[in-house]
Design a protein. Structure first.
Length: 211
């Protein structure tokens, strides 16, 4: 079984969903410490001027809070819908995808916790993309270890001889031998960002999947 693990980011980029699709099971790492102004509560979308612009969910949190403890401040969904409508209303496919996007945001407004909001968006988009992969939350496993040891334990909870699918950046800091000693294989994503119709200016990679 191939298991991938990642923080529940806010409407993340296409590579995030490629990682999920390349897995047999995906784990939302919701019990890691929250980091301010990361991709967990913000993402870039394309502005009318052709530049990537941040949209951010305002949050309330304490310095030591875990991701699953962070609370979203009310009122952000309407603001983000207004921005997205303004930015993308003249783009091709807008009329086709907008009803689904609007519905997602209206539903998301009923959630209070940032992790619940993000997981809802990700699962909803998975459904729209016909990605049918089982998901779980790391907090469900009650694991106390950190770093590589935590990842190893999460993988073993799903498959004692499983394969951990890591992002390319993981090769810089992960101890592959530690995974091997625990019977876990390590595989790295080979995602190549597609070039699609975006704007008259140069193509911008890494924007939200909504782009």
């Amino acid at each position: 079984m191939i298991i991938s693990i990642h923080q529940p980011n806010y409407i993340p980029w296409i590579g995030y969903f490629s990682k999920i699709k390349s897995s047999n099971h995906f784990v939302f790492l919701d019990d890691a410490q929250y980091s301010k102004n990361n991709y967990i509560n913000r993402v870039k979308v394309l502005s009318p001027s052709g530049f990537g612009k941040w949209i951010t969910i305002p949050v309330s949190y304490q310095y030591t809070d875990l991701i699953r403890e962070v609370v979203a401040v009310d009122g952000w969904t309407k603001a983000h819908l207004d921005i997205l409508r303004n930015y993308y209303s003249k783009h091709n496919m807008f009329d086709i995808v907008w009803p689904d996007i609007e519905k997602m945001y209206l539903t998301a407004s009923s959630y209070k916790l940032l992790s619940e909001i993000n997981i809802f968006f990700i699962k909803s988009i998975m459904s729209l993309l016909s990605i049918h992969i089982d998901c779980s939350k790391s907090s469900d496993y009650k694991i106390k270890s950190m770093s590589d040891d935590r990842l190893i334990e999460i993988v073993k909870k799903n498959d004692s001889n499983g394969t951990y699918l890591s992002g390319k950046g993981g090769a810089k800091y992960q101890d592959v031998n530690k995974f091997k000693l625990n019977g876990i294989k390590v595989k790295y994503t080979q995602f190549i960002h597609p070039i699609y119709e975006q704007s008259p200016s140069s193509f911008i990679q890494g924007l939200s999947i909504l782009d």
